[in-house]
Design a protein around this ligand. Structure first.
Ligand SMILES: Cc1cc2nc3c(=O)[nH]c(=O)nc-3n(C[C@H](O)[C@H](O)[C@H](O)COP(=O)(O)OP(=O)(O)OC[C@H]3O[C@@H](n4cnc5c(N)ncnc54)[C@H](O)[C@@H]3O)c2cc1C
Length: 367
């Protein structure tokens, strides 16, 4: 079989970000879909549930390849369209991002700016803010923060609400959802603990769960704190530059904030260390002392799926497509990667982002 037909039955392994997005798009296109996840679907073990939901192509370009910027720019245009189809426009916040540093750390902020300008050249769309400009945008930031950069064209998503909304749509459109069902994938087959099931197509979106099949795939540990306070109001993600780490704070509905910083080369999923917790908490306090009374709701630890070059890849055999390696850019890259996978299924000759995603021969391991 070369491409999908109207009656095709597609199995998707992994109901994280990519799995849900693809299931929803396929169901909307009239296809039958069965979605399998090893964990719970309401509070999934997916990296997508732990993530902060920033869609920040410029900020990420300072530390990534130019292709990330190209796919991220596509995401900025595509998410609002998909969210409108989901009747979920309110989950999208196109209010830009701020990058700040304390006066003693201005060298880190200046270096970030140079990296960005070097990477993006004339496309770098950043605005230097003085004290008044910074506090006009975010009045609750600590008065001691005197300068910042404003990246106006960035956005953030209420990502957990998006995942919940996608699942409801998938169910409403007749998708068969199987929770607590770890699977292996093979061309045209899903292998469950109960046996093998045949499908017209299988899409493997298991993130780090696909490691047995995809040599070279690794997990990169990330940690987050979720806090709640009505004492601080932020309208957009704020990144704090520091010589040793970069902290980010992302506002969420219900006076919640997600704080993260770490990118640790480890596949350890054990709870957050005391040191990480202290560093995140104290850096947050310096962003705004009013965070002192915030209540800690949750500590999140998860693994970002990444290949050696930290770039995503899509591979294909007859009856099986694998999409993985979104690393720290899931929400930034998912529209591009999902559009590429859907175009492959349709047998399109014009594959979006082909030169980035379709670059390596398949070297997968059979189950
Ligand atoms: C702390 C942190 C912060 C992040 N912040 C951002 C951010 O601000 N912006 C951004 O763009 N990205 C961010 N990311 C990255 C983003 O979360 C990931 O890139 C994205 O979730 C990858 O999507 P995915 O669908 O490939 O994998 P996942 O979202 O991890 O989903 C994989 C799914 O597969 C399931 N699975 C695994 N094994 C099996 C199996 N054998 N059978 C069935 N199901 C299986 C898992 O249970 C899971 O539900 C962050 C990640 C972390 C950890």
């Amino acid at each position: 079989m070369t491409s999908i037909s109207p009656s095709s039955h597609v199995a998707i392994a992994g109901a994280g970000l990519l799995g849900r997005l693809l299931a929803w798009r396929l169901l909307r296109g009239g296809r039958r879909v069965s979605l399998f996840d090893a964990g719970d679907l309401d509070t999934p073990p997916a990296a997508a549930w732990t993530a902060a939901g920033m869609v920040a192509p410029q900020c990420e370009t300072a530390v990534s390849e130019a292709s990330i910027y190209a796919m991220g720019t596509f995401a900025l245009a595509q998410w609002p369209k998909w969210l409108a189809e989901l009747d979920a426009e309110a989950l999208w916040h196109a209010k830009g991002s701020l990058v700040v540093a304390h006066p003693q750390d201005m060298a880190a902020l200046n270096q970030f700016r140079r990296d960005l300008e070097h990477a993006l050249g004339e496309q770098a769309n950043l605005q230097a803010l003085d004290h008044a400009g910074l506090h006009h945008l975010e009045p609750d930031l600590a008065p001691g923060l005197r300068q910042g950069l404003y990246l106006e064209n960035e956005a953030h998503l209420d990502n957990r609400e998006l995942l919940v909304r996608l699942l409801a749509e998938i169910r409403g459109l007749g998708g068969q959802c199987h929770a607590h069902c770890p699977v292996e994938t093979a061309p045209g087959e899903i292998v469950t603990p109960g046996g093998r099931q045949r499908f017209d197509w299988v899409i493997d979106c298991r993130g780090t769960g696909a490691r047995p099949r995809q040599p070279g795939l690794r997990g990169v540990r990330g940690e987050t704190l979720h806090v709640r306070t009505s004492e601080v109001h932020l309208s957009r993600p704020v990144r704090l530059m520091h010589p040793r780490y970069q902290l980010y704070v992302v506002p969420k509905p219900g006076h919640r904030f997600v704080i993260g910083a770490t990118q640790i080369e480890s596949e350890d999923r054990s709870p957050m260390s005391l040191q990480s917790s202290l560093e995140l908490g104290s850096a947050l306090f310096t962003l705004s002392p009013a965070f002192a009374e915030a209540r800690i709701l949750e500590q999140g630890v998860n693994l970002r799926p990444a290949f050696h070059d930290n770039l995503p890849r899509v591979t294909q055999q007859p009856g099986l497509i694998s999409a993985n390696g979104l690393f720290r850019h899931g929400y930034l890259l998912a529209p591009a990667v999902a559009s590429h996978v859907l175009a492959r299924l349709e047998g399109d000759t014009q594959l979006p982002f082909r030169s980035i995603l379709d670059v390596r021969p398949l070297q997968e391991v059979s189950p």
